[in-house]
Design a protein around this ligand. Structure first.
Ligand SMILES: Nc1ncnc2c1ncn2[C@@H]1O[C@H](COP(=O)(O)OP(=O)(O)OP(=O)(O)O)[C@@H](O)[C@H]1O
Length: 256
């Protein structure tokens, strides 16, 4: 499903000031596209993702899914957060099946579907474990399976790998690419990690703060899975660094 954001603005009114979290944002995301929202803390990435999920309303502007205006959450969209948001008193299988329970799917179908998606994230052997028995990477796999079990057309991910160590993070990035290739959802992925955005994104939306806005969009027409050390990767990495005007700062650091 495609997403169109037109002239979206969200301002938070605090007692002493107004914070322009995002201002006049326009963005088109094509069906099946993998888009990364990239920028420093406070540039409005999470606010934009919350608006896409319907959890937050814009003050101005519109959100359209496949050409239809929407004003709240919908079953075609699922969200994965950084902090997993899992239920500790339920097993892994029960966590994954939870959205199906809310949708009144029969027990047998729930269990079958949960098993299918646990397999997809390589956790089928941990179906009966509890959340506290899992590592951070495994917990995030459960959260991804729980989002995917709803078979959403759109997957919204807010720094899902932000709390993971570098190795686990790279492993999950590779797996997410495989899942995207297999299921082809439209993915909007928030990150402040440049390498992560270049590894994953068909398009990297570069955002800047005060007020939060789209600074530019870098298209990455490189096939996946991508090689993190290849010339293509370095070319786009350089391009994104230049967009953030980080090249000079980087050079100074290098010479010191
Ligand atoms: N509920 C809120 N009330 C007041 N201000 C808010 C609220 N949510 C966000 N903000 C402010 O809006 C701005 C954008 O926040 P947002 O979380 O969208 O940015 P972000 O790019 O996702 O940052 P981070 O990477 O740190 O999560 C920030 O200045 C933030 O402090």
């Amino acid at each position: 499903m495609s997403i169109d954001i037109t002239n979206v603005t969200r301002t938070y009114h605090l007692p002493d000031k107004n914070v322009h979290a995002i201002r006049h944002v326009d963005l088109h995301i094509a069906s099946h596209e993998f888009v990364c929202l990239l920028g420093p803390s406070g540039c409005g990435k999470s606010t934009l993702l919350k608006i896409l999920s319907g959890l937050e309303r814009p003050d101005e502007g519109t959100l359209e899914i496949d050409g239809t205006k929407v004003n709240g959450p919908g079953r075609e969209r699922a969200v994965v957060f950084q902090d997993y948001a899992l239920l500790p008193w339920r097993t892994v299988r029960e966590n994954v099946a939870f959205p199906l329970e809310l949708a009144h799917v029969s027990r047998k179908d729930r269990e079958e579907k949960a098993q299918e998606y646990l397999k997809l994230v390589h956790l089928e052997k941990f179906a009966d474990a509890y959340i506290h028995q899992l590592s951070g990477g495994m917990r995030q796999r459960v959260a991804i399976a729980r989002a995917l079990v709803q078979q959403p057309d759109i997957l919204l991910m807010d720094e899902p790998f932000g709390a993971l160590d570098a190795f686990t993070r790279m492993e999950l990035q590779s797996e997410l690419v495989k899942i995207w290739q297999a299921k082809r959802p439209t993915i909007v992925f928030v990150t402040h990690d440049i390498d992560e955005a270049i590894f994953l994104g068909d398009k990297v939306v570069i955002m800047t703060p005060n007020p939060g806005k789209v600074h530019s969009i870098v298209e990455i027409p490189v096939g996946k899975p991508r090689h993190r050390t290849g010339p293509d990767f370095n070319f786009y990495r350089d391009k994104v660094y230049k967009e953030f005007s980080l090249v000079n700062e980087y050079a100074v650091e290098y010479y010191i």
